[in-house]
Design a protein around this ligand. Structure first.
Ligand code: IPE
Ligand code: IPE
Ligand code: MG
Length: 253
């Protein structure tokens, strides 16, 4: 599927109030790993490990379902405040995923990109991320973005900082700053806005995920813990999305 440049109307953008096609871009807040482990009397780390298996299934299911863009919230800026043990488990799993999965992603036509403060994971992980991005750069079937050490407020503050620096250097007039320009300074500058955001685990909040980009997203909250997430749950959320009527502030009642 070809994607229009940022802030251009997308070819698949639905008419306000009209029938709903499948979403072009799905964001997924993968929540509930620790509750899943606790419910089974298992160590927390096994909940996160089972969460990685759910990521594998979901990427495959998304590629098969014809979604063009999938963005997974895997580790938030705030998740660094968890215990050192848990952070170590999570970063270890991340490195294993990157090394083991890249071949499958490449074979399945998946392009992997990472947004967030990757440098905070250290040089070994940064190298694994860069290798996976380079190896999958030519793929077009599914654009998979993994948000790692990502926080939307930090992202927006970063955009404000770089615009302010351009103004201070005399290269930009404050009046020239508009929504499109700010969006071009976000980590998602090459991506369409999410049409649908799914959160698992029953929680109904964004937890600092894609705050700017989600302005007109539809939300589906599922009562399933992330390690139990299956292709059928994705289908259920996509079906719910297709039943929604999007108005973008202009549709009739
Ligand atoms: C999601 O599961 C994974 C991350 C946020 C890294 P949690 O670890 O938040 O598990 P719960 O939500 O506490 O059950
Ligand atoms: C959101 O889950 C972040 C990710 C899924 C990576 P959290 O478990 O960190 O969010 P809260 O603490 O329930 O808001
Ligand atoms: Mg959680």
């Amino acid at each position: 599927m070809s994607v229009a440049p940022l802030n251009q109307p997308l070819a698949v953008m639905p008419e306000p109030g009209g029938p709903q096609p499948s979403p072009l871009h799905v964001g997924l807040i993968m929540d509930g790993n620790r509750r899943w482990a606790k419910a089974r009397g298992l160590p927390r780390a096994l909940g996160h490990k089972a969460g990685v298996d759910a990521v594998r299934r979901t990427v495959q299911a998304a590629a098969d379902s014809g979604i063009g863009w999938l963005t997974l919230f895997a580790f938030s800026s705030e998740n660094w405040q968890r215990s050192a043990d848990e952070v170590r488990d999570l970063t270890g799993l991340l490195r294993i995923y990157l090394r083991r999965e890249v071949g499958t992603l490449a074979k399945n036509g998946v392009r992997l990109r990472v947004i967030g403060e990757r440098h905070r994971f250290g040089p070994e992980t940064v190298a694994a991320i860069e290798a996976a991005e380079a190896e999958t750069a030519g793929n077009t079937r599914l654009n998979l973005t993994v948000a790692l050490s990502y926080g939307a407020r930090a992202e927006i503050a970063g955009a404000a900082r770089s615009l302010a620096a351009e103004v201070a250097a005399g290269r930009l007039a404050p009046d020239a700053i508009n929504e499109a320009m700010l969006a071009r300074h976000l980590a998602t500058q090459d991506m369409p806005d999410p049409d649908l955001i799914i959160r698992t685990s029953g929680e109904q909040r964004l937890s600092n995920f894609l705050l700017w980009q989600a302005a007109y997203a539809e939300f589906v909250f599922l009562d399933v813990l992330w390690p139990d997430f299956e292709a059928a749950h994705l289908d259920q959320a996509l079906a719910e999305y297709r039943r929604r009527v999007r108005r973008f502030g202009v549709g009739s009642s």
